[in-house]
Write a protein that binds this ligand. Structure first.
Ligand code: ASP
Length: 337
Protein backbone atom coordinates (compact mmCIF):
# COMPACT_ATOMS: atom_id res chain seq x y z
CA UNK A 1 0.00 0.00 0.00
CA UNK A 2 1.27 3.47 -0.89
CA UNK A 3 2.37 5.48 2.17
CA UNK A 4 0.99 9.03 2.43
CA UNK A 5 3.08 11.86 3.90
CA UNK A 6 1.92 12.95 7.42
CA UNK A 7 0.57 16.31 6.12
CA UNK A 8 -1.66 14.55 3.57
CA UNK A 9 -2.99 12.16 6.26
CA UNK A 10 -3.75 15.12 8.55
CA UNK A 11 -5.58 16.91 5.70
CA UNK A 12 -7.72 13.83 5.00
CA UNK A 13 -8.53 13.34 8.69
CA UNK A 14 -9.55 17.01 8.98
CA UNK A 15 -11.76 16.66 5.89
CA UNK A 16 -13.40 13.53 7.35
CA UNK A 17 -13.91 15.28 10.68
CA UNK A 18 -15.54 18.30 9.01
CA UNK A 19 -17.75 16.01 6.88
CA UNK A 20 -18.75 14.07 10.01
CA UNK A 21 -19.61 17.28 11.80
CA UNK A 22 -21.77 18.57 8.97
CA UNK A 23 -23.52 15.21 8.52
CA UNK A 24 -24.28 14.96 12.22
CA UNK A 25 -25.51 18.57 12.08
CA UNK A 26 -27.84 17.67 9.22
CA UNK A 27 -29.27 14.57 10.82
CA UNK A 28 -29.72 16.40 14.14
CA UNK A 29 -31.72 19.06 12.26
CA UNK A 30 -33.74 16.39 10.45
CA UNK A 31 -34.30 14.33 13.61
CA UNK A 32 -35.61 17.45 15.31
CA UNK A 33 -37.98 18.34 12.43
CA UNK A 34 -40.68 19.47 12.94
CA UNK A 35 -39.71 21.19 16.17
CA UNK A 36 -42.93 21.98 18.06
CA UNK A 37 -41.49 25.30 19.18
CA UNK A 38 -41.04 26.51 15.63
CA UNK A 39 -43.73 27.38 13.13
CA UNK A 40 -43.83 26.39 9.49
CA UNK A 41 -44.58 29.26 7.09
CA UNK A 42 -46.51 28.52 3.92
CA UNK A 43 -45.82 31.22 1.36
CA UNK A 44 -48.78 32.03 -0.90
CA UNK A 45 -47.62 34.11 -3.88
CA UNK A 46 -51.03 35.79 -4.25
CA UNK A 47 -53.25 38.08 -2.17
CA UNK A 48 -55.11 36.83 0.89
CA UNK A 49 -58.70 35.69 0.34
CA UNK A 50 -58.08 34.24 -3.14
CA UNK A 51 -58.18 30.63 -4.30
CA UNK A 52 -54.50 29.75 -3.70
CA UNK A 53 -54.80 31.33 -0.27
CA UNK A 54 -57.97 29.27 0.38
CA UNK A 55 -56.16 26.02 -0.43
CA UNK A 56 -53.13 26.98 1.67
CA UNK A 57 -55.28 27.94 4.66
CA UNK A 58 -57.24 24.68 4.53
CA UNK A 59 -53.98 22.77 4.10
CA UNK A 60 -52.28 24.60 6.97
CA UNK A 61 -55.00 23.31 9.32
CA UNK A 62 -54.52 19.74 8.14
CA UNK A 63 -50.70 20.02 8.27
CA UNK A 64 -50.87 21.38 11.79
CA UNK A 65 -52.54 18.12 12.79
CA UNK A 66 -50.28 15.83 10.77
CA UNK A 67 -46.95 17.56 11.50
CA UNK A 68 -47.85 18.56 15.06
CA UNK A 69 -46.68 22.15 14.85
CA UNK A 70 -48.12 25.56 13.97
CA UNK A 71 -48.41 26.24 10.25
CA UNK A 72 -49.04 29.85 9.18
CA UNK A 73 -49.84 31.32 5.78
CA UNK A 74 -47.87 34.32 4.54
CA UNK A 75 -49.09 36.20 1.45
CA UNK A 76 -46.24 37.49 -0.70
CA UNK A 77 -48.19 38.71 -3.70
CA UNK A 78 -46.88 40.29 -6.86
CA UNK A 79 -44.93 39.75 -10.05
CA UNK A 80 -46.01 37.64 -13.02
CA UNK A 81 -47.26 34.23 -11.85
CA UNK A 82 -46.54 35.04 -8.21
CA UNK A 83 -42.85 35.58 -8.97
CA UNK A 84 -42.24 37.59 -5.79
CA UNK A 85 -43.39 34.83 -3.44
CA UNK A 86 -41.62 32.12 -5.43
CA UNK A 87 -38.36 34.12 -5.35
CA UNK A 88 -38.75 34.66 -1.61
CA UNK A 89 -39.05 30.91 -1.07
CA UNK A 90 -35.74 30.39 -2.87
CA UNK A 91 -33.97 32.80 -0.50
CA UNK A 92 -35.33 30.95 2.58
CA UNK A 93 -33.27 28.61 4.73
CA UNK A 94 -33.73 25.05 3.41
CA UNK A 95 -34.73 23.69 6.82
CA UNK A 96 -38.38 22.79 6.17
CA UNK A 97 -39.81 25.77 8.04
CA UNK A 98 -40.49 27.82 4.90
CA UNK A 99 -42.55 26.18 2.17
CA UNK A 100 -44.81 27.42 -0.63
CA UNK A 101 -48.18 26.48 -2.07
CA UNK A 102 -48.25 27.34 -5.76
CA UNK A 103 -50.30 26.49 -8.81
CA UNK A 104 -50.02 25.95 -12.56
CA UNK A 105 -47.75 29.03 -12.82
CA UNK A 106 -44.90 26.60 -12.03
CA UNK A 107 -45.53 25.09 -15.47
CA UNK A 108 -46.35 28.22 -17.45
CA UNK A 109 -43.59 30.44 -16.00
CA UNK A 110 -40.97 29.21 -18.52
CA UNK A 111 -43.14 30.09 -21.52
CA UNK A 112 -44.63 33.31 -20.20
CA UNK A 113 -41.85 34.98 -18.25
CA UNK A 114 -38.78 36.06 -20.18
CA UNK A 115 -35.65 36.33 -18.00
CA UNK A 116 -37.12 34.08 -15.30
CA UNK A 117 -34.74 34.43 -12.31
CA UNK A 118 -34.89 30.69 -11.47
CA UNK A 119 -35.26 27.28 -13.05
CA UNK A 120 -38.55 25.64 -12.14
CA UNK A 121 -37.19 22.13 -12.57
CA UNK A 122 -33.98 22.44 -10.55
CA UNK A 123 -34.23 25.36 -8.10
CA UNK A 124 -37.20 24.03 -6.10
CA UNK A 125 -37.79 20.94 -4.00
CA UNK A 126 -41.00 19.25 -5.12
CA UNK A 127 -42.87 17.99 -2.08
CA UNK A 128 -46.10 16.56 -3.54
CA UNK A 129 -49.25 17.81 -5.22
CA UNK A 130 -52.34 18.96 -3.35
CA UNK A 131 -55.36 19.22 -5.66
CA UNK A 132 -56.83 19.74 -9.13
CA UNK A 133 -59.19 22.71 -9.49
CA UNK A 134 -61.66 23.62 -12.25
CA UNK A 135 -62.29 27.20 -13.30
CA UNK A 136 -65.43 29.17 -14.11
CA UNK A 137 -66.30 32.04 -16.42
CA UNK A 138 -67.96 34.67 -14.23
CA UNK A 139 -69.11 38.27 -14.58
CA UNK A 140 -70.03 41.33 -12.58
CA UNK A 141 -73.62 41.08 -11.27
CA UNK A 142 -74.72 44.08 -13.37
CA UNK A 143 -73.90 42.38 -16.69
CA UNK A 144 -77.28 41.88 -18.44
CA UNK A 145 -76.53 38.35 -19.78
CA UNK A 146 -78.07 35.51 -17.77
CA UNK A 147 -76.70 32.55 -19.71
CA UNK A 148 -73.85 31.79 -22.11
CA UNK A 149 -75.90 32.50 -25.24
CA UNK A 150 -76.79 35.95 -23.91
CA UNK A 151 -73.19 36.47 -22.81
CA UNK A 152 -71.95 35.77 -26.34
CA UNK A 153 -74.48 38.22 -27.73
CA UNK A 154 -73.35 40.85 -25.19
CA UNK A 155 -69.70 40.20 -26.13
CA UNK A 156 -70.51 40.58 -29.83
CA UNK A 157 -72.30 43.86 -29.14
CA UNK A 158 -69.52 45.25 -26.95
CA UNK A 159 -66.38 44.15 -28.84
CA UNK A 160 -63.41 46.41 -28.13
CA UNK A 161 -65.03 47.59 -24.93
CA UNK A 162 -64.80 44.54 -22.70
CA UNK A 163 -62.37 44.05 -19.84
CA UNK A 164 -61.39 40.86 -18.06
CA UNK A 165 -59.62 40.67 -14.71
CA UNK A 166 -56.76 38.36 -13.81
CA UNK A 167 -54.11 37.80 -11.15
CA UNK A 168 -51.33 39.10 -13.40
CA UNK A 169 -49.42 37.62 -16.31
CA UNK A 170 -48.67 33.90 -15.98
CA UNK A 171 -51.55 33.47 -13.56
CA UNK A 172 -54.16 30.76 -13.87
CA UNK A 173 -56.86 33.35 -14.55
CA UNK A 174 -54.78 34.87 -17.34
CA UNK A 175 -54.17 31.44 -18.87
CA UNK A 176 -57.87 30.62 -18.80
CA UNK A 177 -59.05 33.97 -20.14
CA UNK A 178 -56.41 33.93 -22.89
CA UNK A 179 -57.61 30.50 -24.08
CA UNK A 180 -61.24 31.57 -23.81
CA UNK A 181 -60.64 34.77 -25.82
CA UNK A 182 -58.86 32.65 -28.45
CA UNK A 183 -61.81 30.26 -28.56
CA UNK A 184 -64.25 33.19 -28.97
CA UNK A 185 -61.87 35.00 -31.32
CA UNK A 186 -62.56 38.18 -29.35
CA UNK A 187 -59.64 39.97 -27.68
CA UNK A 188 -60.49 41.71 -24.41
CA UNK A 189 -58.67 44.27 -22.27
CA UNK A 190 -56.81 42.57 -19.46
CA UNK A 191 -56.94 44.11 -15.97
CA UNK A 192 -54.21 42.56 -13.80
CA UNK A 193 -54.33 42.33 -9.98
CA UNK A 194 -52.03 40.82 -7.34
CA UNK A 195 -54.31 37.83 -6.93
CA UNK A 196 -57.90 37.15 -7.77
CA UNK A 197 -59.14 38.24 -4.31
CA UNK A 198 -58.77 41.96 -5.13
CA UNK A 199 -60.02 41.20 -8.66
CA UNK A 200 -63.10 39.54 -7.17
CA UNK A 201 -63.80 42.63 -5.05
CA UNK A 202 -63.80 44.77 -8.20
CA UNK A 203 -65.87 42.22 -10.12
CA UNK A 204 -68.51 42.22 -7.39
CA UNK A 205 -68.39 46.03 -7.38
CA UNK A 206 -68.82 46.16 -11.17
CA UNK A 207 -65.44 47.82 -11.90
CA UNK A 208 -64.47 44.95 -14.24
CA UNK A 209 -66.72 42.93 -16.54
CA UNK A 210 -65.45 39.36 -16.52
CA UNK A 211 -63.01 36.89 -15.00
CA UNK A 212 -62.13 33.22 -15.25
CA UNK A 213 -61.21 31.96 -11.81
CA UNK A 214 -60.93 28.82 -9.73
CA UNK A 215 -64.09 27.35 -8.23
CA UNK A 216 -62.33 27.56 -4.86
CA UNK A 217 -62.96 31.30 -5.00
CA UNK A 218 -66.04 31.65 -7.19
CA UNK A 219 -68.36 29.01 -5.67
CA UNK A 220 -69.42 30.98 -2.60
CA UNK A 221 -69.82 34.20 -4.61
CA UNK A 222 -71.98 32.42 -7.21
CA UNK A 223 -74.04 30.84 -4.44
CA UNK A 224 -74.49 34.24 -2.79
CA UNK A 225 -75.50 35.72 -6.18
CA UNK A 226 -72.74 38.31 -5.88
CA UNK A 227 -71.49 37.42 -9.38
CA UNK A 228 -72.95 35.61 -12.42
CA UNK A 229 -71.57 32.29 -13.70
CA UNK A 230 -71.78 31.05 -17.30
CA UNK A 231 -69.67 27.93 -17.67
CA UNK A 232 -67.16 25.58 -16.13
CA UNK A 233 -63.85 24.64 -17.75
CA UNK A 234 -64.02 20.87 -17.20
CA UNK A 235 -65.35 18.44 -19.80
CA UNK A 236 -67.85 17.07 -17.27
CA UNK A 237 -70.24 19.11 -15.13
CA UNK A 238 -69.27 19.43 -11.47
CA UNK A 239 -70.94 17.39 -8.84
CA UNK A 240 -71.37 20.02 -6.13
CA UNK A 241 -74.74 21.52 -5.21
CA UNK A 242 -73.82 25.14 -5.99
CA UNK A 243 -72.44 24.41 -9.48
CA UNK A 244 -74.14 21.22 -10.64
CA UNK A 245 -76.37 23.06 -13.13
CA UNK A 246 -73.51 25.07 -14.61
CA UNK A 247 -72.87 23.86 -18.19
CA UNK A 248 -69.36 23.05 -19.42
CA UNK A 249 -67.81 25.37 -22.00
CA UNK A 250 -67.48 22.33 -24.22
CA UNK A 251 -71.24 21.71 -24.23
CA UNK A 252 -71.79 25.45 -24.76
CA UNK A 253 -70.00 25.21 -28.08
CA UNK A 254 -66.35 25.93 -27.13
CA UNK A 255 -65.44 22.43 -28.30
CA UNK A 256 -62.72 20.69 -26.28
CA UNK A 257 -62.24 23.68 -24.01
CA UNK A 258 -60.62 22.37 -20.85
CA UNK A 259 -58.49 24.11 -18.21
CA UNK A 260 -57.94 22.42 -14.87
CA UNK A 261 -55.34 23.95 -12.67
CA UNK A 262 -53.56 22.32 -9.74
CA UNK A 263 -51.63 23.19 -6.60
CA UNK A 264 -48.45 21.68 -5.21
CA UNK A 265 -46.20 22.07 -2.20
CA UNK A 266 -42.61 23.31 -2.69
CA UNK A 267 -39.50 23.99 -0.65
CA UNK A 268 -36.25 25.81 -1.36
CA UNK A 269 -33.53 23.78 -3.01
CA UNK A 270 -31.29 21.93 -0.57
CA UNK A 271 -33.89 20.55 1.87
CA UNK A 272 -32.31 17.55 3.61
CA UNK A 273 -33.84 14.28 2.34
CA UNK A 274 -35.13 13.29 5.79
CA UNK A 275 -36.91 16.63 6.20
CA UNK A 276 -38.37 16.29 2.71
CA UNK A 277 -39.60 12.78 3.54
CA UNK A 278 -41.20 13.96 6.80
CA UNK A 279 -42.99 16.83 5.04
CA UNK A 280 -44.28 14.40 2.42
CA UNK A 281 -45.61 12.03 5.09
CA UNK A 282 -47.34 15.03 6.71
CA UNK A 283 -48.74 16.16 3.35
CA UNK A 284 -50.11 12.70 2.52
CA UNK A 285 -51.82 12.52 5.92
CA UNK A 286 -53.28 15.99 5.26
CA UNK A 287 -54.61 14.81 1.88
CA UNK A 288 -56.45 11.98 3.68
CA UNK A 289 -57.83 14.31 6.37
CA UNK A 290 -61.66 14.10 6.05
CA UNK A 291 -62.08 17.74 7.06
CA UNK A 292 -59.61 18.94 4.42
CA UNK A 293 -61.25 16.75 1.76
CA UNK A 294 -64.73 17.99 2.69
CA UNK A 295 -63.70 21.67 2.53
CA UNK A 296 -61.94 21.25 -0.80
CA UNK A 297 -64.64 19.09 -2.42
CA UNK A 298 -67.31 21.57 -1.29
CA UNK A 299 -65.52 24.14 -3.47
CA UNK A 300 -65.24 21.90 -6.53
CA UNK A 301 -61.57 20.96 -5.99
CA UNK A 302 -60.38 17.34 -6.21
CA UNK A 303 -57.82 16.37 -3.59
CA UNK A 304 -54.94 14.33 -5.02
CA UNK A 305 -55.21 10.62 -4.27
CA UNK A 306 -52.92 9.29 -7.00
CA UNK A 307 -49.12 9.04 -7.01
CA UNK A 308 -48.72 12.75 -7.82
CA UNK A 309 -48.61 13.26 -4.03
CA UNK A 310 -45.09 11.76 -4.29
CA UNK A 311 -42.29 14.30 -4.90
CA UNK A 312 -40.88 12.42 -7.92
CA UNK A 313 -44.28 12.09 -9.61
CA UNK A 314 -45.13 15.69 -8.72
CA UNK A 315 -42.01 16.87 -10.54
CA UNK A 316 -42.70 14.57 -13.52
CA UNK A 317 -46.26 15.88 -13.75
CA UNK A 318 -45.11 19.52 -13.73
CA UNK A 319 -42.53 18.74 -16.42
CA UNK A 320 -45.34 17.19 -18.49
CA UNK A 321 -47.41 20.34 -17.98
CA UNK A 322 -44.47 22.51 -19.15
CA UNK A 323 -44.33 20.40 -22.32
CA UNK A 324 -48.10 20.63 -22.77
CA UNK A 325 -48.50 24.39 -22.25
CA UNK A 326 -45.29 25.82 -23.77
CA UNK A 327 -46.25 25.41 -27.46
CA UNK A 328 -49.79 26.68 -26.78
CA UNK A 329 -48.47 29.77 -25.00
CA UNK A 330 -45.70 30.36 -27.53
CA UNK A 331 -48.30 30.27 -30.28
CA UNK A 332 -50.37 32.82 -28.35
CA UNK A 333 -47.26 35.05 -28.32
CA UNK A 334 -47.60 36.57 -24.86
CA UNK A 335 -44.79 37.02 -22.38
CA UNK A 336 -43.57 39.27 -19.57
CA UNK A 337 -40.11 40.69 -18.88
N1 ASP B 1 -56.56 32.55 -8.97
C1 ASP B 1 -55.34 33.27 -9.11
C2 ASP B 1 -54.78 33.05 -10.48
O1 ASP B 1 -55.46 33.38 -11.37
C3 ASP B 1 -54.36 33.19 -8.05
C4 ASP B 1 -54.89 33.49 -6.68
O2 ASP B 1 -55.25 34.60 -6.35
O3 ASP B 1 -54.93 32.55 -5.95
O4 ASP B 1 -53.66 32.64 -10.69
Amino acid sequence: MKKLPISAVAKRLTALFVLGLSLSGLSAQAADFPNKDRQITLIVPFAAGGPTDRVARDLSEALRKSLGTTVVVENDAGGPGGLIGASKLLRANPDGYTLMVHHIAMAIFPALVKNLPFKVDSDFEYLGMINDVPMTIVSKPQLPANNYKELKAWIAANKGNINIANAGLASASQLCSMLWEASLKVPMTTVPYKGTAPAMTDLIGGQVDLMCDQTTSTTSQIEGKKIKAYGVTTLKRLNIPALKDLPTLDELGEKGFQVTIWHGLYGPKGLPDDVKAKINVGLKAALRDPEFIKKQEGLGAVVITDNRSDPVEHKKFVQGEVTRWTPILNAAGVYAD
